[in-house]
Design a protein around this ligand. Structure first.
Ligand code: SAH
Ligand code: SF4
Ligand code: F3S
Length: 466
């Protein structure tokens, strides 16, 4: 009876995740760790004995949301048959790392706070809280790849995130991430290769390599970046689809670009955050590339992989951005013709260098620029999708549409969302996690819609038409 499992037997939990893929992946580790100790994941906060928030502070909106959510839990009673006498609320992720003890001062009914480098301490922190009813906080500064070894319970059995680095060394002047995720650390190449091949053997169809800047992978371990070699090793696993995020333009090498031409299972899609189209602003952001260099990369990518789906992140309203700077960003977005652009209004993050720069630009001016940019972003996405009309695309099915259960939803190689009716006589369980060929009938701004013409298949069908 004295096994370490006992405290978690019969205990239920939910995990609420905000922020980037790194956090989503960390949440899978929280699920895996708590389940391996005997706890059971449930769907609602009402049913949960333990509630874990995995938080993000990259922009201000996420910060304020957490506070409201944690406060509103005060009014949700603990389920009557809970083995606990009080619900345990834990906050992890980037706000946990940044604020530590300060969070408990702000929200006294919080029980546990754990940082981005303390995932493995979570069970211990919860156990201590159960025992002594006190708050427990753990945030260490030093980043570590250790948590990548924790058990993981993935959201989908056919898709896996594979972290190759943690942390970031780039210190873009607007960005909080290096302060809450620590310095960049790479996992050994052999470990990544072994994990990829174990996933492929277990039937995983898509692996997404993760890092704040995958292109600098290996610098800390090998003295030089070796991301192209990571791609080769993961390609060898034979997994159907490989993707990666995120790429910093200053470190994207010709070797990596060439892999888009030579590795068939590397998907023709790349997220390459530009942030701005003004060299002056890029310099103030400490991005360490010029627009000219960025455009050279785009040309090389399109030569290596014609039709590649390019996506990017843009910040509007960085302190001191003028109409002329913004116009250059607008022109860049229009010129490149992105399949997708994630647009953000600059959000001041205390502790970052940009937070010290005063900016007299009124919010309305920034909002108006943002709205203008969104128009050109939508036009670009619409234009990118048009050549797919009447073509057949290979789709990895993710599930049924939330809006209409008779539709399947999946992704094309270019990462477009694809909808198609589930054929008569088939259920979504016959299709999810498998590949189908869809003949596209409508190419819209944010999705393609068509009909299933072949499949389901266990492997990606290469498509000669595109
Ligand atoms: N490491 C990745 C992701 C960083 S966060 C990368 O470098 O691309 C994701 C995006 O959030 C960034 O690309 C940036 O566009 C945006 N972002 C980061 N800090 C921000 C801030 N203070 N205000 C507005 N947007 C921000
Ligand atoms: Fe932030 Fe820049 Fe690092 Fe990305 S590369 S996480 S934007 S500091
Ligand atoms: Fe947010 Fe942390 Fe990711 S601040 S964007 S969850 S690294």
């Amino acid at each position: 009876m004295s096994t370490s499992l006992v405290p978690f037997n019969g205990i239920t939990f939910t995990v609420h995740t905000f922020g980037c893929q790194m956090n989503k992946h960390d949440s899978e580790r929280v699920y895996g760790t708590l389940e391996s100790l005997g706890a059971q994941a449930v769907d609602t906060v009402e049913e949960s004995d333990i509630i874990v928030f995995m938080t993000c502070c990259v922009r201000e909106a996420a910060d304020t949301r957490l506070y409201g959510q944690v406060m509103s839990l005060k009014n949700v009673p603990l389920r009557p048959d809970s083995p606990l006498d009080k619900r345990i609320v834990a906050v992890g992720g980037c706000i946990g790392q940044r604020d530590g003890n300060k969070l408990i001062e702000k929200m006294p009914h919080l029980d546990v706070v754990f940082g981005t480098n303390n995932l493995s301490s979570l069970p211990q922190l919860i156990k201590e809280t159960m025992r002594d009813k006190q708050h427990h906080v753990a945030t260490v500064e030093e980043s570590s790849t250790e948590a990548t070894e924790l058990p993981s319970d993935r959201e989908h059995s056919w898709a896996a995130w594979l972290p190759i680095t943690v942390g970031c060394n780039n210190f873009c002047t607007y960005c909080i991430v290096p302060y809450v995720r620590g310095r960049e650390k790479s996992r050994p190449l052999e470990q990544i290769a072994a994990e990829a091949s174990a996933y492929a053997k277990a039937g995983v169809k898509e692996i997404t390599l993760l890092g704040q800047n995958v292109n600098s992978y290996g610098r800390d371990l090998y003295g030089e970046p070796k991301f192209a070699e990571v791609l080769d090793a993961v390609a060898e696993s034979g997994v159907d689809r490989i993707r990666f995020a995120t790429s910093h333009p200053k470190d994207l090498t010709d070797e990596v670009i060439e892999r888009f031409a030579t590795i068939p299972n590397l998907m023709p899609a790349l997220h390459l955050p530009a942030q701005s189209g003004s060299d002056r602003i890029l310099k103030a952001m400490n991005r360490r590339y010029t627009v000219e260099h960025y455009l050279e990369l785009i040309d090389k990518l399109r030569t290596a992989c014609p039709g590649i789906a390019l996506s990017t992140d843009i910040i509007v309203g960085f302190p001191g951005e003028t109409e002329e700077d913004f116009q250059q960003t607008y022109d860049l977005v229009k010129h490149v013709g992105y399949a997708q652009v994630f647009t953000f209004i600059y959000s001041k993050r205390e502790g970052t260098p940009a937070a010290k720069i005063d900016d007299p630009t009124p919010h309305e001016v920034i909002q108006e620029r943002f709205d203008r940019l969104v128009d050109v972003v939508q036009q670009g996405a619409f234009d990118y999708n048009q050549p797919f009309a009447n073509k057949t695309v290979s789709v990895l099915v993710e599930g049924a549409s939330k809006r209409d259960a008779r539709l399947l939803v999946g992704r094309s190689p270019q990462n477009q969302t694809v909808h198609a009716p589930i054929p008569e006589g088939m259920g979504i369980s016959d299709l999810a996690g498998r590949f189908v060929n869809v003949k596209v009938e409508q190419a819209r701004t944010w999705y393609l819609r068509g009909s299933l013409v072949a499949g389901p298949f266990d492997h990606d069908q290469t498509n000669p038409e595109l």
